[in-house]
Every structure is written in structure tokens, then in C-alpha cells.
Design a protein around this ligand. Structure first.
Ligand code: GUN
Length: 289
């Protein structure tokens, strides 16, 4: 039996529409639109695409988008000064500094400068701490989107065995915290995990976020498991000179074993921006109250 395909693209479109439908009530209350500031340093091609998409979807949702593009040789001081200016700007509810940053910039120091109450990415240590202690804060967009897809598919996640492959600050670690908060039994696996296929095979829920193209094979997956593929890897395509996107899961194989699976593209990817808009609307209300 082949797995059900989890349609993240449709789920994300629905979430964006719900957020957009709630924007007029905020305008009524605050006399302005919710505002999201996005900072891009340098010319990383993938980041440029993300930032362009963020701008487009923010405007489509009826929100204000403030885009700041800085040259690749921007100094730490200049970037810090911009973030401080955005912290103080009452028209800005959410601040996102696109990662990765150029080598000369201390990423943690920049993230620590963002006002935690405008940190719609959930990367500030205060929000990391809030998440791990069960307090209200901001949760990183990609893992929160994964949990939304999982709950939509499975309902209550209590008691499920979940394996998260990957331990990044952006996905793996917050994903584990969120699943723990949903009463899953969580294992965080990574590049040094012994017997990785066996560990993954125990899971009712597999979240793959390692950045290794098609690493997770069919025989790693328990029949019927729900598989969430966070990977976005560009690899050579069938035709010479062409590339294609693949996830961290070998989709063609895994779809024959899993109960449900997210495709790449069209699975987790579109959820990130939709959740970012949701976080921005939440921030706008909290700041306006
Ligand atoms: N780079 C890759 N993913 C993200 C994200 O979710 N937020 C930011 N700020 N940068 C990223």
C-alpha cells in the first residue's frame, strides 16, 4: 500500500488565507497593518529567493513588508544598528534576519540583539528558553509548521514514538521540544548516532532534517509511520545541466512503506512562510495590547 501524501502546499495556502482574513480586525484595533521587517545581508541566491517570497506573501496577506538589503561586507556594528532601529520602530511587529550571515558577522550576537517580543523566527535565546520551559514565546516557523501537519494528520500525538534526525537550532532542537510538549517520546538522532536505521525504525513519527539528499531509505521506516521531510537539497537532474529538488528521504522508496509522507517540494517548505505570517500577526496583537 502506498502512503497518503501530506499536502503542505494546500495546508499552507489555507493558513495564509486564515491569517489574511484576521488582518482587518487588527487594522481596526491598531489603526495600522501588522509589519514584518526582513533583513538580508549579502547575495546568497537561495536566501534571495526566500526573501523575495516572504515579501510577496506578506503583502498578499495585507501586512506591511519592510525589506532591508545590506551588502555582503556589512559590519557587525552596522547590522546591530539596523536591528536596534527596527526594535524601536512601532510599525515593525516582527523582525527576521535571514540566515546564514556572512563570515565576518557573529550570528548569535545579532540574534541576541533582536527584541524577543519581535523575534517571529523564535531564534533568540529567550524564546528558545520559553519553548523549552513551556512558556508563551515565539516558536521557529519550520518545526511549528511540521507539528501543524502532524496534528492535522494524526490528531493527538500523545504517546507516539518520534525520531527527529538532525539537531540544528533552526529545526532539530525546537522540533524535539515541540514533540515533547505534545507528549511524544522523542529521540534526537544525528550524524554520530549508532545504528541509525534501527533507531528510525522504532518511530511512529519520523522528522528528517539533516540536509543529506535521500538519506532515509524505505527499510528505515516502520510500516505505516508518518514521515515529515524537512530537507531541501538541490541535486543533478535526469537531463544534463538540469537540477532538481529532493528531500532527506528517498521518497520513491519511502512512499511504499510509510502511512503518510510529505513530498519535496510541496510538503514542509510552504509551511515556513505561512507560519511566519501567523507569528507576525500574533506579535502584532501582543505588542498592541
Ligand atoms: N534560513 C533558513 N531558514 C531560515 C529561517 O527559518 N529563518 C531565517 N531567519 N533564516 C533562515
Amino acid at each position: 500500500m502506498t502512503a497518503d501524501i501530506i499536502d503542505g502546499k494546500a495546508f499552507a495556502a489555507n493558513l495564509r488565507a486564515k491569517v489574511a482574513a484576521m488582518v482587518p480586525a487588527f487594522r481596526e484595533k491598531a489603526g495600522r497593518a501588522p509589519g514584518l521587517a526582513v533583513v538580508l545581508v549579502g547575495e546568497d541566491p537561495a536566501s534571495q529567493v526566500y526573501v523575495r517570497n516572504k515579501h510577496k506573501t506578506t503583502v498578499e496577506a495585507g501586512m506591511e513588508s519592510f525589506e532591508h538589503r545590506l551588502p555582503a561586507d556589512t559590519t557587525q556594528d552596522a547590522l546591530t544598528a539596523l536591528v536596534e532601529q527596527l526594535n524601536a520602530d512601532p510599525a515593525v511587529d516582527g523582525i527576521l534576519v535571514q540566515l546564514p550571515l556572512p563570515k565576518q558577522i557573529d550570528e548569535s550576537a545579532v540574534l541576541a540583539t533582536i527584541d524577543p517580543d519581535k523575534d517571529v523566527d523564535g531564534f533568540h535565546v529567550v524564546n528558545v528558553g520559553r519553548l523549552s520551559t513551556g512558556m508563551h514565546g515565539y516558536v521557529p516557523c519550520t518545526p511549528l509548521g511540521c507539528v501543524m501537519l502532524l496534528k492535522d494528520r494524526l490528531g493527538d500525538l500523545s504517546g507516539k514514538d518520534a525520531v527527529v534526525i538532525g539537531r540544528s537550532n533552526i529545526v532539530g532542537k525546537p522540533m524535539a521540544q515541540l514533540l515533547l510538549a505534545e507528549n511524544c517520546t522523542v529521540t534526537v538522532a544525528h550524524s554520530r548516532t549508532a545504528h541509525l536505521p534501527e533507531v528510525v525504525r522504532r518511530a511512529d513519527i519520523v522528522v528528517a532534517a539533516v540536509g543529506r539528499p535521500e538519506m532515509v531509505k524505505a527499510d528505515w521506516i516502520k510500516p505505516g509511520a508518518t514521515v515529515i521531510d524537512v530537507g531541501i537539497n538541490r541535486v543533478p537532474g535526469a537531463e544534463p545541466g538540469k537540477t532538481k529538488l529532493v528531500g532527506d528521504v528517498d521518497f520513491a522508496e519511502a512512499v511504499e512503506v510509510a502511512g503518510a509522507i510529505t513530498p519535496v517540494p510541496g510538503g514542509v517548505g510552504p509551511m515556513t512562510i505561512a507560519v511566519l505570517l501567523r507569528n507576525t500577526l500574533v506579535a502584532a496583537h501582543r505588542l498592541a495590547d
